[in-house]
Write a protein that binds this ligand. Structure first.
Ligand code: SF4
Ligand code: SF4
Length: 228
């Protein structure tokens, strides 16, 4: 796992004031990001760069206030979230993948990624060679030229975007390379994947980065009550 550079951490979150009562518009209960050409990100998981400290307030992101408020709530409950996932890791919960999948669907029926894009602003995906080739092809350039312009190697020798927010994030929160976006972007925030028990540590961190993961966490907390 790599460590976020302080410059990148400054872009991690938006800290606007706001109330949590409204969430993003729904589209028939389906997350818009699956329907529109935009990305959706990465975060903290094998294949992603990893923030190690809470982000600092930053007012430059395009995240809607209610979603920012959710992130603020998540951060204020970071210790509880961490405890929840530690306890969950110690349990054998039957059908954990299904429970996550259902909570994921409920969360993304509420959260509109086009009104968030926090994950495109930080912490940034780690790219693999296939990602680089695909993106270069998409942009009609050579991988070496693409890498020289957009990529850098971080202190963990991971390939990451040279700048954050992502250079392909558009002002309206869409991804300009959506069809060719990195695998990490496609799979984020990983709460609907198989083998969730092995992803609990990462999910605990993502709950502080992604408002949808925070909702998933709250949802599961109510269902599983790991203290019981
Ligand atoms: S390529 Fe950039 S803008 Fe597109 S989904 Fe990934 S991080 Fe977001
Ligand atoms: S941080 Fe979560 S809610 Fe926000 S755009 Fe990324 S996946 Fe969607």
């Amino acid at each position: 796992m790599s460590v976020m550079k302080s410059r990148e951490m400054l872009t991690m979150y938006s800290y606007l004031s706001g109330t949590p009562q409204i969430l993003a518009p729904r589209l028939g209960g389906v997350n818009r990001r699956h329907q529109k050409p935009r990305l959706l990100a990465f975060g903290v998981q094998p294949g992603y760069t990893t923030p190690v400290a809470p982000p600092k307030p930053d007012r430059t992101t395009g995240c809607d206030k209610p979603l920012v408020r959710l992130l603020e709530l998540a951060r204020s409950r970071a210790a509880d979230i961490d405890r929840f996932y530690v306890r969950l890791r110690l349990r054998r919960v039957r059908d954990l993948d299904r429970l996550f999948r259902e909570a994921h669907a409920r969360a993304f029926a509420t959260v509109d990624c086009l009104r968030c894009a926090a994950c495109c602003r930080s912490p940034g995906p780690r790219l693999n060679p296939a990602d680089v080739r695909r993106l270069a092809d998409h942009l009609d350039t050579r991988p070496a030229a693409f890498a020289e312009r957009y990529l850098s190697i971080d202190e963990d020798q991971d390939t990451v975007f040279r700048t954050l927010p992502c250079p392909f994030l558009e002002p309206d929160n869409r991804c300009s390379v959506y069809a060719a976006r990195p695998k990490a972007c496609r799979e984020y925030p990983h709460t609907d994947q198989k083998g969730m028990h092995g992803l609990l540590r990462i999910t605990a961190r993502n709950a502080l980065l992604c408002p949808a993961v925070y909702l998933v966490t709250k949802d599961l907390g109510r269902k599983l009550n790991p203290r019981g």
